[in-house]
Design a protein around this ligand. Sequence first.
Ligand SMILES: [Zn+2]
Length: 150
Amino acid sequence: MKSLQLEIHQTPDKGRGVFAGEAIARGRRILEFQGTVLKSAELTDDMLAMQVGPDDWLCSDGSLLDDCVNHSCDPNAGFLDGEPALFALRDIAAGEEITWDYSTSIGEPGWTLECRCGSPKCRGVVRSWGELEPAEQVRLRAIVLKYLRV
Ligand SMILES: [Zn+2]
């Protein structure tokens, strides 16, 4: 299978983002997150870290394409198989920005991010998985990382 065309572009208000360079059919695997898995005690401020387990963080120096994928409270991509890899949740048109919901990877209590996704479903403040409203957990259950599926 040929690899999917993905492009990094500047967004008006969210820094860099990752965009579909071609139409992506629903269910297609878009990308796998890359990096080195470290424990929280090993993290330093200059790393970008995505939580992938209770004390496992997938880290990079910010130079990877997957570091640029932005959050949305109504994402078009998610962790359908529970692994840190994004799948298309619906058909995505060429030129559309790829987004995932950061709450579906983070289990760290107290973590928050002010959201500017602009979706009608926007939660305003993005929180860690365990601090989401139960209805939100139900809505996002199919796309959360495996370690949070308890
Ligand atoms: Zn939002």
